[in-house]
Write a protein that binds this ligand. Structure first.
Ligand code: HEC
Ligand code: HEC
Ligand code: HEC
Ligand code: HEC
Length: 428
């Protein structure tokens, strides 16, 4: 009796030890093991480890400029080509000018006051740039729309940027496509190649600090400007540390850059573009995830092929991506969590945007009635430029706070403080 109870105790003790080792081991392995425990059960969401990467020679290019296009890759990567084409499904557009009428006032005198709709899928890039009401005399507007523009610049140099829009447009064959993010090297395990030459020019060796999958999007989803000298597309910084709204503003100030001078206020203003990468890189996920992790679900086709879907979706609208959030966010309802955060950011945007429009009116009024000296007006114009920049940096970022809510609120608070400072100088 004694003996068998001792054996039983031993067996239980051994089992406890084994379980403890497994458990501690799980935590020691960290992220990966937690993922399996929380979420995966036996199988769970697919990861990069499930993809069978291939090394194949690039097919013959059928394009006029030597870029291997989506159709050329179709036989080798049917699912990637098809899902990329599915970006056509993302065709929903809202007019920001109707949604937020205060913008008409803020952007007065610039193209965006006439026509400013939300973005849609990559398959509409060339169509949308052709039919926008905003003026575009030069080819540099094509930089972020098509691989054929990147190839032309790579072949012929930066002179291409100042060629006529219509002339270069007639040479363009595809919307954002394989060459944009892989060069002609997509067959080499889908290796990322940065084909937009200004990224290398601006960041140089500091490119290595950014995950290639993130930088592939960061060729376009960034703040950029056209150099006054030769209309070249350029990023306003040289490192990740300089990707803040403060540092970018200081850079534009240092080179005396503005996008337009507003007639009513005489202010030299900046138009932020879509600083998704900059915003993301100072956010909470920067060290943990890349853009593809949240916008390109890993899927399995019926024949068993596992691949990154190239249909770029909102993670909130995709069950596969939502299940990957659980790895770190547990059973939080992510759709609700993100929407709440976006609602707070949007409400604050409306509040500060309306104040900025009032500031704009007050400044225009002071300019018209000459209630202040030119020197004083210039001081207010500079404050207005800054208030507008910080507001815009948040407003135009496409995640509405989801990528980095701290930065969104920081930009809006800074803008508001400058508005108050300027209004005081105007005697309001
Ligand atoms: C906007 C950028 C972009 C475009 C355009 C693009 N890719 Fe990709 N591609 C990526 C990213 C990002 C990954 C994932 C990299 C990673 O694992 O982090 C990827 C992965 C791949 C892979 C590796 C296998 C896999 O499923 O992860 C292949 C092969 C590939 N792409 C082929 C193509 C082909 C062919 C095209 C054109 C039809 C194309 N890509 C267009 C960005 C792009
Ligand atoms: C060559 C430039 C370029 C690259 C590279 C690029 N994009 Fe885009 N992206 C655009 C443009 C331009 C639009 C807007 C198209 C339109 O509205 O006609 C867009 C639109 C989008 C949209 C739709 C936005 C909406 O409001 O519906 C998403 C999502 C997106 N991109 C994600 C990505 C991700 C993720 C990557 C990297 C894997 C990437 N993009 C790489 C230029 C680019
Ligand atoms: C942690 C996940 C995550 C990462 C990583 C991430 N995003 Fe997002 N992104 C989101 C969420 C959440 C939204 C809001 C989606 C919505 O409102 O439906 C969003 C929205 C967007 C949008 C607007 C799309 C739309 O449909 O309105 C674009 C464009 C975008 N992200 C690009 C990027 C780029 C480029 C990167 C990398 C620099 C990136 N994202 C990294 C989660 C992420
Ligand atoms: C690898 C771990 C990890 C994954 C996967 C992950 N997150 Fe996060 N997320 C974090 C961490 C860490 C924070 C910061 C938490 C904090 O500060 O309280 C965070 C914060 C956030 C925030 C708040 C950001 C802000 O700036 O306020 C949002 C929104 C978010 N995550 C959305 C998502 C979505 C959507 C997904 C899935 C598509 C996702 N996350 C996947 C780790 C992760």
């Amino acid at each position: 009796m004694e003996k068998s109870s001792q054996i039983r105790k031993l067996i239980i003790a051994a089992a406890v030890v084994v379980l403890a080792v497994l458990f501690v081991g799980g935590f020691a392995k960290g992220k990966d093991m937690m993922y399996h425990l929380v979420n995966r059960g036996a199988l769970g969401p697919l990861t990069r480890a499930d993809i069978q990467y291939q090394n194949v020679d690039a097919p013959m290019a059928t394009s006029n400029d030597g870029t291997v296009n989506a159709n050329d890759w179709k036989e080798l990567y049917p699912y990637i080509v098809t899902t990329m084409g599915d970006n056509k499904k993302n065709d929903y557009v809202v007019s920001y000018l109707e949604q937020d009428p205060y913008l008409v006032n803020i952007y007065e005198g610039y193209g965006f006051a006439k026509d400013y709709g939300s973005a849609r899928g990559h398959e509409y890039c060339l169509e949308d740039v052709s039919k926008t009401q905003r003026p575009h005399a030069k080819a540099n507007c094509l930089t972020c729309k098509t691989p054929n523009m990147a190839k032309l610049v790579n072949d012929m140099g930066v002179g291409v940027y100042s060629m006529s829009f219509d002339e270069v447009m007639s040479l363009m064959e595809e919307n954002v496509s394989c060459y944009t993010c892989h060069g002609n090297d997509a067959g080499n395990a889908g290796k990322i190649t940065i084909t937009h030459s200004y990224v290398q020019k601006a960041l140089g060796e500091n490119m290595a600090a950014i995950d290639p999958a993130t930088l592939s999007c960061g060729q376009c989803h960034i703040e950029y400007y056209f150099t006054p000298a030769d209309s070249e597309t350029m990023m306003p910084y040289h490192s990740v540390a300089e990707m803040t709204p403060e540092a970018i503003l200081a850079y534009y100030d240092s080179i005396g850059f503005s996008d337009w001078t507003q007639e009513s206020t005489g202010a030299k203003l900046l138009k932020a573009q879509h600083p998704e990468m900059e915003t993301f890189l100072s956010g909470k996920h920067a060290a943990l995830l890349n853009c593809a992790d949240c916008h390109m679900p890993i899927e399995q086709a019926e024949d068993g092929t596992v691949y990154h879907s190239h249909l770029l979706v909102s993670p909130l609208e995709n069950e596969t991506l939502l299940s990957t959030c659980a790895e770190c966010h547990g059973d939080t309802d992510m759709v609700q969590m993100v929407h709440r955060l976006q609602d707070r950011v949007t409400a604050r945007e409306t509040e500060v945007g309306n104040k900025l429009a009032e500031f704009n009116d007050a400044l225009a009024d002071a300019v018209q009635k000459k209630t202040l000296s030119e020197t004083k007006l210039d001081e207010v114009r500079k404050i207005y430029r800054e208030a507008q920049w910080f507001f815009d940096f948040c407003y135009v970022e496409n995640s509405e706070g989801a990528h980095n809510s701290e930065l969104s609120f920081h930009c809006l608070d800074t803008s508001e403080a400058k508005i108050e400072e300027g209004m005081k100088l105007l005697g309001n």
